[in-house]
Design a protein around this ligand. Structure first.
Ligand code: ANZ
Length: 955
């Protein structure tokens, strides 16, 4: 520690040192906590009696809350927290009622895995981790309303997570009304006969089990036996969003298989259109919107029925119904239910030997092929370049427009989870079908005339022709002809024909699947569901919530050989028979029930936490409607309402952010909240990266022990390589905020993190550079406090004109930068002002010193509070008004504008950067060089890009 206890220090006992920073910071943190400085008033309580406060615009500012991991925070974690804090402080100082707090997302896998390794109960390790993280965060001086903090594992919190589950379970999506409604209203429709039951019987004629099954088809939370992602190595099933592109578990990187298991799902697909459409009104990064759009994956196309002899028909989904005349075979996903029904006992006479795969019968071929397909992930199955595999089912279907008999195959390139799980194959115009047809010697027919010179015989082609810019050929029957039409017109024409003949219709298909919502874990929210003796699911009444997580002997998940797809999950909660088997009175007398033993996925708790911040201790409701309306409700420019600023990493694009949007919409539809979107503005901060040093074996060595010599890096004498990577314990390059706070103080750390670059850009951490921000604070201090006596040195005089200009320019610039979240340039402007004042010498005018302190307050709140008080104020700096620039002193700088005539530069004008297009055009046309260059010619066009460029095109 070079800055303490030097000779200079003895001579200057009141210098801003690390020790002084530590003292100042601890003192004000205690004070702020004691005073409740950051507590945000709610409109129903505190604001109601205070009209001035109630008139303030609100700002609800949020971070993606952390998972309390055992390794604590490194300096990369608080980047976003510091940014929201600086922003929130600036908003508070510009007249807003600011809500800013932070909770913990505390259910989840790591605590459980740690528990399995060490035998510690997940609650104990999680709570210890939270204590540690809270201390680390407190050290940063974040202005959070601590009364509003909670953890998702708190029973008072997950009571409401369970309550929301019940709301979702007890509702259905009315497609006509375009919103969720209570399930009781659906039951009423069935009872009155307004809506027919699936088999047409009267509702009263159905028994309890049949009614439950019918309602299960509608409920927004439902159990089903669909194929799910089963990861034996993790011991749990996973949502599609949790499976990586190469078909492994996002956590733990274990293989994932498709298995048919009874699981809970959320009918998020009912909201596909709204989730897509409402993105338009959100202020989110385009990249994230795009990821959500792609994940939802809206495709317009058609469903077409192909009759199969004796077995009804196969319905396909296609986006190229225009190519229907070119469909020369069909493919079902290997898992498709129809397969059993269409396969004949024996191969038809003369079946091509390549089609049978050498199997004696269709049944044998199908069984063998299904086994092979189940071992592959969806992504492997869809890989473009790969050889196409498959086998003939022995069945033929009829092409509804050509009347031709087409063979039906099963092949793994067709997925069960998309469209109808069946396709019409058009090998001439789809490259996957082309490859398959080649491998299986299937016929191809050209129905879209190639616009290149390959000719119309597909057997001579290298690949399919799939352009839209062409005309249809070979596409006519007795009733309809598409020949000569373009693709778009042909689609419309054939869709109409299909509809008229009752063999198909235009449809929209989504890539989005329902959200698999149950996990075979211990450390999650229990489902508020019990089963009666007939196996019918019943929701618990609200009065029985929270249903607390019980103690069990062994909370580790049952895991299996990661590659053994034939295993079945076992839930830890099922091991507590006393808890599972209960007698309850659900309104019709005491009866025996069995509890659901799955738990909710760890996304559940983060699906609605923004709402609970608003009203964290409400025991009667999820959130008071008036409170919700005030902080989250729709308003000008925020059509669906939502949090005003939400900062977090880009990795949550389709998980947390999609799920949270879905829950908001359901709660909105059911009338519980006025907002239909949780987060109006989303901002993704960059990452703090760090150098990773590796030895010759490729193993990371501790970064702190690496020495640099002549541009090379050495660890214990051995040369090591250096690359920029993530920061973390495993890469041995983590720097903790505690270390930096200890060495320089939290204000310096805050300044350094904000000064590193634009907030949305990733940046490398450099411990050696931190001292630069420490020096800024030292100079700031020295400009106001005498280092020898500790006295404030300001004087009550008027500053000179030069200083006023520097001051007001800084005020203007810093204010704009803070509002625009350009904290790095704000710091540069503060530094410039401070340097100006240092250079000017002499004591500062009080009015200048005070405004300087206010400018710094959002960034370095502790030192600002200290100086503010030393300047003689009694109220906290936190609640002062941010300084306002006097425009008279904010003189525009000039910029150079280039004027071109016919593309050649003819003049350079020194002008104000805020000049209007009209003004600039007039100035340019009046310039004598421009007039000369035009030589009397008229003007055809003037292109003005104020303030940088004017381009004149003569007539
Ligand atoms: C015939 C056709 C002809 C097709 C052609 C494409 C080109 P998107 O845009 O992603 O929605 N398809 C449909 N269901 C499938 C499934 N379960 N597994 C694999 N592929 C499936 O893609 C829709 C197209 O993907 C559909 O249109 C279908 O192939 C295929 F020249 O039908 B098409």
């Amino acid at each position: 520690m070079s800055e303490t206890n030097t000779a200079a220090e003895v001579a200057a006992p009141h210098r801003y040192t690390a020790a002084m920073a530590a003292d100042i910071e601890a003192r004000w943190q205690d004070f702020w906590d004691a005073e409740g400085t950051y507590e945000a008033p709610n409109p129903t309580g505190d604001l109601a009696g205070d009209p001035a406060l109630a008139a303030r615009p609100k700002k609800f500012i949020m971070d993606m809350f952390p998972y309390p991991s055992g390794s604590g925070l490194h300096v990369g974690h608080p980047l976003g927290y510091i940014a929201t804090d600086v922003y929130a402080r600036h908003q508070r100082m510009t007249g807003h009622n600011v809500l800013h707090t932070l909770g913990f997302d505390a259910f989840g896998l790591p605590a459980e895995q740690y528990a399995v390794q060490t035998g510690t109960h997940p609650r104990i390790s999680t709570e210890a981790n939270m204590e540690n993280m809270k201390a680390q965060l407190r050290r940063l001086g974040l202005g959070h309303d601590k009364r509003r903090s909670f953890a998702t594992i708190d029973a008072e919190y997950y009571k409401w997570t369970q309550w929301i589950f019940l709301q979702i379970f007890n509702s259905w999506y009315d497609t006509e009304a375009g919103r969720a409604r209570p399930i009781a209203e659906l039951v009423a429709q069935f009872e009155s006969g307004e809506r027919a039951t699936p088999d047409g019987r009267a509702w009263a004629a159905l028994d309890a089990g049949e009614r439950a099954d019918v309602l299960g088809q509608y409920r927004l939370a439902y159990a089903s036996d669909a194929p799910v992602n089963w990861s034996p190595g993790l011991g749990t099933v996973l949502a599609n969003e949790e499976v990586t592109a190469d078909g492994r578990s996002e956590r733990g990187n274990f293989p994932v298989f498709k298995a048919k298991l009874r699981q809970w799902n959320m009918r998020i697909t009912a909201y596909a259109d709204r989730l897509l459409d409402d993105l338009d009104g959100l202020d989110w990064p385009e990249a994230i919107k795009l990821q959500q759009r792609n994940w939802i994956g809206r495709s317009e196309g058609a469903r077409v029925d192909f009759p199969v002899d004796g077995a009804g028909g196969i319905t396909v989904f296609t986006t190229r119904q225009d190519t229907l005349f070119g469909a020369t075979y069909m493919v079902l996903a290997p898992e498709h239910d129809l397969v059993e029904r269409i396969i004949p006992a024996a191969w038809p006479e003369g079946t091509h030997p390549v089609w049978t795969g050498g199997h004696a019968s269709p049944a044998e071929a199908v069984t063998a092929y299904r086994k092979q397909a189940a071992a592959k992930s969806d992504v492997e199955r869809q890989a473009e370049a790969k050889d196409k595999t498959g086998v003939f089912t022995g069945a033929y279907a009829t092409n509804p427009v050509s009347g031709e008999k087409v063979p039906v195959f099963i092949a793994d390139y067709v997925l069960m989870g998309y469209g109808t799980g069946a396709i019409m194959a058009v090998p001439a115009h789809d490259s996957r079908d082309f490859a398959f047809a080649r491998a299986f010697e299937l016929p191809m027919r050209c129905v879209v005339e190639p616009s290149d010179d390959r000719g119309t015989d597909p057997s001579t082609w290298e690949d399919a022709f799939s352009s839209y810019e062409a005309k249809l050929v070979n596409s006519a029957n007795d009733e309809v002809s598409l020949d000569g039409l373009g693709v778009v017109d042909a689609k419309a024409r054939i869709t109409e024909w299909l509809r008229e003949h009752g063999v198909g219709e235009g449809t929209v298909n989504f890539r989005l699947r329902d959200w698999l919502f149950s996990r075979q874990r211990y450390w999650g929210e229990p489902f508020p569901i019990v089963y009666d003796e007939e196996g019918i699911a019943h929701p618990l009444p609200e009065s029985m919530l929270p249903l607390e997580l019980p103690e069990v002997e062994d909370y580790s998940p049952r895991t299996f050989d990661p590659d053994d797809a034939d295993t079945q999950p076992e839930t830890p909660l099922s091991r507590n028979a006393d808890w599972v088997n209960v007698t309850l009175d659900l309104g019709d007398g005491p009866k025996k029930y069995r509890r659901e033993t799955n738990t909710m996925p760890n996304w559940a708790g983060s699906c609605w936490y923004e709402l609970r911040y608003l009203d964290p201790h409400n025991e009667r409701r999820l959130v008071d409607p008036e409170v919700e309306q005030y902080w989250m409700g729709p308003r000008d420019g925020q059509p669906a309402g939502g949090v005003d600023l939400y900062i977090g990493g880009a990795e949550h694009a389709v998980l947390h952010l999609l799920y949270a949007r879905f829950w908001s919409k359901v709660l909105h539809d059911l009338g519980h909240i006025s907002s239909s979107e949780p987060f109006h503005k989303l901002y993704n901060q960059g990452m703090i990266q760090a150098f990773v040093y590796r030895d010759s074996r490729g193993i990371a060595v501790p970064a702190a022990e690496v020495e640099e010599r002549d541009g090379a890096y050495y660890h214990q004498g051995e040369k090591v390589s250096r690359v920029l990577g993530k920061m973390g314990k495993s890469l041995k390059n983590a720097v903790t905020p505690d270390e930096i706070c200890g060495e320089y103080g939290a204000d310096t750390l805050r300044l350094y993190e904000m000064a590193m670059g634009p907030l949305d850009v990733s940046r490398p951490w450099d411990t050696r550079a931190v001292v630069g921000q420490f020096r800024l604070l030292q100079r700031l201090w020295r400009n106001i406090v005498d280092e020898e006596t500790g006295e404030v040195t300001v004087v009550d005089t008027e500053p000179d004109e030069d200083t006023l200009r520097a001051l007001h320019k800084a005020i203007d610039g810093v204010g704009q930068d803070m509002a625009g979240m350009r904290f790095n340039t704000a710091i540069a402007k503060v530094t410039e002002l401070n340097n100006h004042l240092t250079k000017a010498g002499g004591p500062l005018a009080r009015s200048v010193a005070e405004r300087l302190v206010l400018l710094v307050a959002p960034l370095a709140p502790h030192v600002a509070e200290e100086l503010w008080r030393r300047l003689g104020h009694t109220g906290s700096v936190v609640h002062q008004d941010f300084p306002v620039a006097d425009p008279a002193y904010v003189v525009d700088e000039t910029v150079t504008c280039v004027v071109q005539v016919k593309g050649k530069v003819r003049a350079r004008l020194e002008i104000s950067p805020s000049i209007s297009d009209e003004e600039l055009e007039a100035l340019a046309l009046a310039d004598e060089n421009v007039v000369a260059a035009l030589g009397g010619a008229g003007i055809r066009k003037v292109i003005v890009r104020a303030p940088k460029l004017v381009n004149i095109v003569p007539a």
